[in-house]
Design a protein. Sequence first.
Length: 261
Amino acid sequence: MEFKNLKIEKDGLTAVVTIDRPTALNALDGETMMELIHAMSELEADDGVGAVVLTGAGKAFAAGADIAELSKMDGMQAREAAKLGQKAFSTIENLNKPVIAAVNGYALGGGLEAAMACDIRIASTRAKMGQPEVTLGATPGFGGTQRLPRLIGFGRAKEILLTGDPIDAATALSYGLVNKVVEPDELLGAAKEMAEKIASRGPAAIALVKSCVNKGAGTDVETGGALEADAFGICFGIGDAREGIEAFFEKRDPSWLRKRK
């Protein structure tokens, strides 16, 4: 599928998805949200892709939702726009492959919400992150009130959400909002290096770990443990765990079963 607002480049087992609206600071309009849904669906079905890096063109990761588009909406239209954004970011969150956000600059509003839907976040020292919606008289619409407290705790999340003030990369790292901070010229390389490392692991195991963490976060430990036991059994049932163990003893790289029915 051809994309107007996204660029997709493949390097080894990694696909780099770049939000490409630099003149609008990669603002996330409805068209871009739909493209993200389609792009992630295509990458999920691509057996040659083991991990995804999401980033932005120019000086922004994504500066938020497209305010020009939102300014023309009534209440019902805004609600539908929020539901579309939530669907797009749920597609990222529930992808059967890891998604690493390379936060190269501004990640505000919808931009931060997109980054939070990713599994791992690596930020440039130039990154600025925040949820400024209340300064415009609105609430976050694409998952910010839900994912931010889960990532950094209620107190810090409420401060960011209620003041609308942005934080820098160092603060984001200290809060646990990002996993690592690197210099701008090292960002994409660091994200791709992590993506390739993860993609070299058992693909079924990676998908199942991600699923167990995501589903387990919304339930009790006993129910989550049952999900984990099922996943453990699947890894042995399909042969990947046996291959990994044999490769360990034979001191060779494992040959994973990448195609899934």
